[in-house]
Design a protein around this ligand. Structure first.
Ligand code: PLP
Length: 397
């Protein structure tokens, strides 16, 4: 591997100064994952569909190995792994498949805090007359409201969509328990495990989920590759024509995703322990430095690398502009056609407007150090102080 590329991968800072704490948005590629991708592109570059020669055979073997590595992380069978360009495409395929293979319109229930990739797909399908949707409520910590789930299940549902962990506030959902409740009522289950995979124990009974979606770029793999894991999935049932010919697989991306999952399986628990300690340290420092800081989400059960908070009186876009080039964090709400809207997650949690517009999301990652966390606390504390001073001053002018 080129020395500069390897150094950059091992120390993923864009300009050597800016600290990256936005690992919920995406993660840098781990050098060990990159090595696999490069090997598959430069040395073992055969066509996995062309197994008549040794090059194709090696590529096909790499794809099969990746399926095993990915399946293991969600207690599934390798044959049930279908590669996609990421979680968004996996979600769209899963919902399209459920529509094509069930009654019409498909009755879909989803939590109010699902990622926009789920919500927008279901809403669009409803507009097309293909889906009838219902919502499952959450509480002020974004935890699932069981009564709401039971009510929706009693009314009749074909597919329940629930995330394993929330991408904004990090709240973790008991997917196994939800899946059993859904199954008892004859409903299928789609779990969006994009943020959760490798970061927490999923403890899934084999075959309990109908659809699981994953994305490589959230676990130190490349962007543009993901997977739909589903026992009954068949592309041809969606449009009829898909599946007539097998496209050439993205072997480098697929093998890299397999390696990324394998590393998560080997190191995820240890990494999560370390990141939870750093996150707790950062939270402690911020609470000490920033008066009236509110931590959002379920502190008792959230992703170990997540910290989401609000600092009333300090609009987040102004704070982010103060931090630009020094520290990369985000407001955390999904972008809609480039326009930043108030987060639907925070709205569903019932956050007051003053806290909605001052929320910030931090995502720690594999390369995050104690020094990063200490520096981030000071940078954020100073930026919020500065913005609060200027904004309260401006209102008196
Ligand atoms: N689901 C969740 C929970 C996410 O966090 C994301 C990405 O942020 C997605 C789905 C979409 O993933 P992708 O970028 O792979 O399309």
């Amino acid at each position: 591997m080129n020395e500069r590329v390897a150094m950059q991968a091992a120390n993923p800072r864009i300009d050597g100064r800016s600290i990256y704490l936005d690992h919920h948005a995406t993660t840098p590629v781990d050098p060990r994952v990159l090595e696999v991708a490069i090997r598959m592109m430069v040395e073992e570059y055969g066509n996995a569909n062309g197994v008549e020669n040794i090059h194709g055979e090696h590529a096909a073997r790499a794809v099969a190995e990746a399926k095993e590595q990915i399946a293991r992380s969600v207690s599934a069978e390798p044959d049930d792994v279908h590669f996609t360009s990421g979680s968004t495409e996996a979600i769209q395929l899963a919902i399209s498949h459920a529509i094509a293979t069930h009654r019409s319109p498909l009755r879909v229930a989803m939590t109010r805090v699902e990622h926009k990739a789920v919500i927008d797909t279901v809403v669009k399908a409803e507009r097309m007359g293909l889906v009838e949707k219902s919502w499952i409520a959450v509480d002020d910590k974004a935890r699932l409201d069981w009564q709401s789930l039971e009510r929706v299940l009693d009314e009749g549902v074909d597919l329940v969509c629930v995330m394993a962990a929330n991408n904004e506030v990090g709240t973790i959902y008991p997917v196994q328990k939800i899946a059993h409740a859904a199954r008892e009522q004859g409903a299928g289950v789609l779990v969006d495990a994009t943020q959760a995979i490798g970061r927490m124990a999923l403890d899934l009974d084999e075959g309990i989920l109908d659809y699981v979606v994953l994305s490589a770029h959230k676990i130190y793999g490349p962007k543009g590759v993901g997977a739909l894991i589903s026992p009954g999935f068949d592309r041809s049932s969606i449009y009829g024509l898909q599946g007539a010919h097998h496209p050439t697989p993205n072997v480098a991306g697929i093998a890299a995703m397999g390696r990324a999952c394998e590393l998560m399986e080997l190191e995820g628990a240890k990494e999560s322990g370390r990141l939870a300690m750093l996150r707790d340290r950062l939270q402690e420092r911020l609470i000490a430095l920033v008066p009236d800081l509110t931590v959002n989400g379920d502190k008792a059960s959230r992703l170990p690398h997540n910290l989401h908070f609000s600092a009333a009186g300090a609009p987040n876009e102004v704070v982010l502009s103060r931090l630009r080039g020094k520290l990369s964090i985000s407001s955390g709400s999904a972008c809609n056609a480039g326009a930043q809207e108030p987060s639907h997650v925070l709205r569903a949690m019932g956050l007051p407007d003053a806290l909605l517009e001052s929320c910030l999301r931090i995502g720690l990652g594999r390369s995050t150090t104690l020094g990063d966390v200490e520096s981030a606390a000071i940078l954020i504390g100073d930026a919020i102080h500065d913005v609060r001073m200027n904004f309260s001053g401006a209102s008196h002018v």
